[in-house]
Write a protein that binds this ligand. Structure first.
Ligand code: AMO
Length: 440
């Protein structure tokens, strides 16, 4: 059969991961994209990638049919091709084997020279990469990151199902803010104004009435006005809500969840971690807990200008010299005044039953015990200057035995940043959205 451009009529017989020295001498068909071509004294070394890895193909005159001569120069990095050939053991080849083609089909040519070099670890500037994101994603660096993201998502679901949480999906088009009005995205909803959801907060709280323990993994939208390496306009949140629980129970669930995910990645993604040069340390739980008030004193003692009631910035945390802060830790009992209306105050009123989970100095999650008493909730909403009428749909369910409950929201991309040791959040999401970017 002559090589030709066109349809896939050959069926792939093996993925790269399934070809090893036991197949020495066997004819196989492999399909994928060309991730590099090198030439060495009339021999072309071609690396063909598929979704599981890569394999070396040797194009040496006299080893392949003369009929392929005119086709070979057309093959460039990024082209999609199908190769029929023999497996040959070669200790010097990347996986100890290579393919000697007898025929191939070019399925799709690369018509342009791409600015993105697949085998490059660092790549070109982030904007060039994001403009051609699907091509960028062919790089082993990102294949490893998204391989790990898959494990993280899967193991979160596995853990929460084992704990008998019910997975739910709540509306993403909503009528009111939950996390403060400043970061809301307004949209037209027929004749009315509506918003993209900032968090499933109110819905997950309502659902504990019927299902007790729920979780949702879904998008959250925040109109973040700043350009930072840790904020997106559309992020993924792992939200849980648990009935008959308080913030201590929830912190315990969260640290066990993180521990489980960490172990799963360590076990299942060894090759990805190796490529990314990440040596995940052993995690020990429980994580250290710092009271907000104690941290403020600590920061003041090292000369930071910060007052009780201020938020604690990433920059300020970075300036503290504390071994336990090089890992996961909680900051608990925040001032009521800087937490949302649904967070339950402690008996002191000025502090609330709340926590943030931090990794080094990056906030990964926040959670709290919620107010489940309707009149207390209305009181808090009034203090925060919220329009009670706008929350009528929510408040009315509190008349029918709302259980005490607690929950958290964990940012998936922030968790990925901590596992993969990545500085820019845009590298752990397929198609990032930020103040400057709405496509691809
Ligand atoms: P919060 O607003 O702290 O809490 O959000 C929870 C977690 O979501 C992630 N996150 C973000 N990640 C990337 N870009 C953003 N713009 C962004 N905004 C938030 C962070 C953050 O810690 N309803 C509460 C949670 C709860 O109490 O259950 C909430 O939304 O990792």
């Amino acid at each position: 059969m002559n090589s030709s451009k066109g349809q896939v009529t050959w069926k792939r017989t093996y993925y790269s991961k399934n070809i090893d020295t036991s197949l020495n001498g066997k004819e196989v068909i492999i399909v994928g994209w060309v991730s590099s071509i090198r030439e060495h004294s009339n021999v072309k070394f071609l690396t063909l990638n598929d979704r599981f890895g890569n394999i070396q193909v040797i194009l040496k005159k006299n080893e392949y049919p003369v009929s392929l001569d005119s086709e070979i120069p057309k093959i460039k990095e990024h082209a999609s091709i199908a190769i029929k050939g023999k497996v040959r053991s070669e200790p010097k080849a990347p996986h100890g084997i290579e393919i000697i083609p007898s025929d191939f089909k070019i399925l799709s040519l690369a018509n342009k020279n791409s600015p993105i070099v697949i085998q490059s670890r660092k790549g070109v500037g982030i904007d060039t990469r994001l403009d051609l994101r699907a091509i960028d994603l062919r790089r082993p660096y990102l294949q490893s990151i998204f391989g790990i993201r898959y494990t993280v998502l899967n193991s979160c679901r596995e853990f929460l199902r084992k704990e008998e949480f019910t997975e739910v999906n709540t509306p993403k088009i909503i009528s009111t803010a939950t996390e403060g009005g400043a970061t809301l995205f307004p949209i037209f909803y027929y004749e009315r104004e509506a918003f993209l959801t900032q968090s499933p907060q109110l819905y997950k709280e309502q659902l504990v009435m019927a299902f007790e323990n729920v979780f949702e993994i879904g998008p959250i939208f925040r109109a973040e006005p700043s350009r930072t390496n840790r904020h997106l306009s559309e992020a993924t949140s792992i939200d849980i809500e648990k009935a008959y629980a308080d913030y201590n129970d929830i912190m315990e669930t969260l640290e066990r969840l993180i521990h489980y995910v960490w172990q799963e990645v360590k076990e299942k993604d060894k090759s990805h971690l190796e490529y990314l040069k990440i040596d995940l340390p052993e995690l020990s739980i429980p994580f250290q807990r710092y009271r907000y008030s104690d941290l403020i004193e600590k920061l003041q003692s090292v000369g930071e200008s910060i007052e009780w009631g201020d938020d604690i910035s990433q920059q300020k945390l970075r300036n503290l010299d504390d071994e336990n802060m090089k890992n996961f830790y909680f900051i608990v009992d925040w001032p009521t005044s800087i937490k949302p209306f649904y967070v339950k105050p402690k008996s002191t009123e000025t502090e609330c039953e709340s926590f943030d989970l931090i990794y080094k100095n990056l906030e990964l999650s926040s959670g709290s015990t919620r107010i489940h008493d309707k009149s207390e909730l209305v009181e808090r909403m009034k203090k925060q200057g919220l329009k009670i009428d706008a929350f009528d749909f929510h408040l009315k369910v509190f008349d029918y035995g709302m259980p005490p409950h607690a929950g958290f929201g964990l940012g998936l991309e922030r968790l990925m940043m901590s596992i993969c040791n990545v500085d820019n959040i845009r590298d752990v999401i397929l198609f990032p959205r930020d103040i400057d970017r709405l496509s691809p």
